[in-house]
Design a protein around this ligand. Structure first.
Ligand code: PLP
Length: 394
């Protein structure tokens, strides 16, 4: 039989989707489930964004357009990065893609050779190592450990750099830990990248969902704009997951390379989505700060109450909308805690191994449900945990 290309066997999926499917099955069978497994905001785009989309479709903005994105959106993204992140980016350094994941894949395809080594955080978004392997390269994890407040250990990263290391990926705020890398760590990563001539892929998809301080991008550090690719988009900051809108920011010769891949694959991102995205960036109703405030409330509620349940331990995340919960003291493997919480308590979370080996004693809960649902989830977790503690004591 004709064979599937071997690179496909190198790829792996996302654990969240498997739990979601199981949770949906339970719901179909009549169970009440609180969904805390997917990284999908429960908000929808602000009304002016939806209006802009309708108007764009009505005006016939549904054509093939420039492969790297419509010029007004590329300029609007450059202005937005200046306004929100103080970055000096030109419109020619921006390429629009259908989703951050696609922008990430384009950057990785353009910059990684077979046999290269790519450093990535563990735990993190599972696509980093999967797609690295798919490109015939070696994925080399560096750990984000609780004892370091989930900051990377620069000594470990340094020790893992070899002549084959081509790229370092990081994601701050990090999915799943919510860690915002400190300025000192970012400066040290920048020094290593310059010393060893590495590309840096900075996945800044959660940059706006920040609970303290101002976002500091590695792009702004001396000598880093030449070797950094920023990946960002509209899925999380503007609650536009299904619109499939992301972008890459890099030097023009890198953008030219990504553009060649666009031309050879999906041609362009939908015109009407791009027109409406300009409205999202304007954020005329201040939807983004309101959403971040709501995530902050959810974080404070969830972390504080969960830490009172014996067996569960969680540091308060500085950004993104996840709680990364240590379950070691329940005495059960994370997969078992995931199963019991889903099947007995009707609370869907994900066992941390889905995000890398360092996640083995953790569960990730997405804080993408309203506070009353989070309170309900916490009560359910409390009830199940009391039951299993009583069983152990017996
Ligand atoms: N990068 C990280 C760290 C993510 O958590 C996600 C989505 O969960 C993505 C990228 C993908 O974003 P998009 O939906 O825009 O493709």
């Amino acid at each position: 039989m004709a064979k599937i290309a071997s690179r496909i066997a190198q790829l792996t999926g996302e654990g969240a989707l498997a739990v979601f499917t199981q949770a949906k099955e339970l719901e179909k069978a009549g169970r009440s489930i609180i969904h805390l497994e997917l990284g999908e905001p429960d908000f929808h785009p602000a009304a002016p964004v939806v209006d802009a989309l309708r108007a764009a479709v009505a005006e016939g903005r549904d054509r093939y357009v420039a492969t790297r994105g419509i010029p007004p959106l590329r300029s609007a993204i450059a202005d937005y990065l200046k306004r929100t992140r103080r970055l000096d980016v030109a419109a020619e350094q921006v390429l629009v893609a259908p989703g951050c994941k696609m922008a990430l894949a384009l950057a990785m395809m353009a910059l990684i050779e077979p046999g290269d080594e790519v450093l990535y955080p563990d735990p993190s978004f599972p696509i980093y190592p999967s797609f690295t392997r798919g490109l015939g390269a070696k994925a080399v994890p560096y750990a984000l450990r609780e004892e370091n407040k989930f900051q990377p250990d620069i000594t470990e990263i340094t020790a893992k750099i070899t002549p084959k290391t081509r790229m370092l990926i990081f994601n701050s705020p990090n999915n799943p830990t919510g860690t915002v890398f400190t300025e000192a760590i970012i400066a040290q990563i920048a020094e290593l990248a310059k010393k060893h001539d590495l590309w840096v892929v900075a996945d800044e998809i959660y940059a706006r969902i920040l609970f303290t301080g101002e976002y500091k991008s590695i792009w702004a550090l001396p000598g880093m704009a030449e070797r950094t690719v920023i990946i960002d988009g509209f899925s999380k900051s503007f609650a536009m997951t299904g619109w499939r809108l992301g972008y890459a920011v890099a030097q023009k010769h890198v953008i030219d390379a990504l553009d060649m891949l666009v031309l050879n694959t999906f041609t362009c991102t939908a015109e009407f989505s791009q027109v409406a995205a300009i409205e999202a960036l304007r954020d005329s109703t201040n939807a983004v700060p309101a959403m971040v405030e709501e995530y902050r409330k959810r974080r404070d509620l969830f972390v504080e109450k969960l830490n009172r349940i014996p067996g569960f331990r969680c540091q308060s995340p500085d950004g993104a909308f996840y709680a990364w919960v240590n379950i070691e003291e329940t005495g059960m493997p994370a997969e078992e805690v995931q199963r019991v919480l889903l099947e007995e308590a009707g609370v869907a979370g994900i066992a941390g191994a889905a995000f890398g080996a360092e996640g083995k004693n953790y569960l990730r809960f997405s804080l993408v449900s309203a506070t009353h649902l989070l309170e309900d989830a916490l009560e359910r977790i409390q009830r199940v945990s009391s039951r299993w503690r009583a069983a152990v004591a017996r």
